[in-house]
Design a protein around this ligand. Sequence first.
Ligand SMILES: O=P(O)(O)OC[C@H]1O[C@H](OP(=O)(O)OP(=O)(O)O)[C@H](O)[C@@H]1O
Ligand SMILES: O=c1cc[nH]c(=O)[nH]1
Ligand SMILES: [Mg+2]
Length: 209
Amino acid sequence: MSKLQVLDHPLIQHKLSLIRDEKTGSKEFRELVEEVAMLMAYEVTRDFPLQEIEVKTPVAIAKSKVLAGRKVGLVPILRAGLGMVDGMLRLIPAAKVGHVGLYRDPKTLLPVEYYCKLPSDIAERDLIVIDPMLATGGSASAAIMFLKDRGAKNIKLMCLIAAPEGILAVQTAHSDVDIFVAAVDECLNDHGYIIPGLGDAGDRLFGTK
Ligand SMILES: O=P(O)(O)OC[C@H]1O[C@H](OP(=O)(O)OP(=O)(O)O)[C@H](O)[C@@H]1O
Ligand SMILES: O=c1cc[nH]c(=O)[nH]1
Ligand SMILES: [Mg+2]
């Protein structure tokens, strides 16, 4: 079974409360989502391997550590996942970014695919799928399947808020994919929205409705 990690760092939790607040407008919402994504990236990359090198300081040779050259790919699920990309790139600037476009049909709640553009070498990359919301889990499961169909092997999922239903769905469909979230909420409502959640992440990021 894949691991679920709830990132309970105080800065993440504080900013998440501001993100949830209905009074937070699009500009601040975007800034906060970017900041939380950056803070979460710090934890999601904790298992990245290091290698020792020697660095000449002004006074001596230091045995020091650098990332062991693993290639990283970020895969935002459009649209709302876009809000998390820049924050993550601030910490992992060499990552390549692939885009998977999915929207949830409001009646069936099933994901509908409309776009895909991925780095050609995704099979060699450590991939992090990003989306603020994990509700039924349909979109994340479909995006992950999409990547696996194209050869991806090493995949993590990072979301701001998850419903228990979504976590179970992804864990059932993809037991090899570890999930990182800032909060696990109570449930879904009849329209598939996370309760209490934050509303529609895409609409709040981009000012649509
Ligand atoms: O777990 P699920 O039940 O699949 O729901 C979660 C999906 O719903 C939202 O996207 P939405 O369909 O609203 O598209 P958008 O990002 O373009 O607004 C969200 O960003 C996820 O991708
Ligand atoms: O609560 C939810 C569920 C799906 N998508 C969202 O943006 N919010
Ligand atoms: Mg939306």
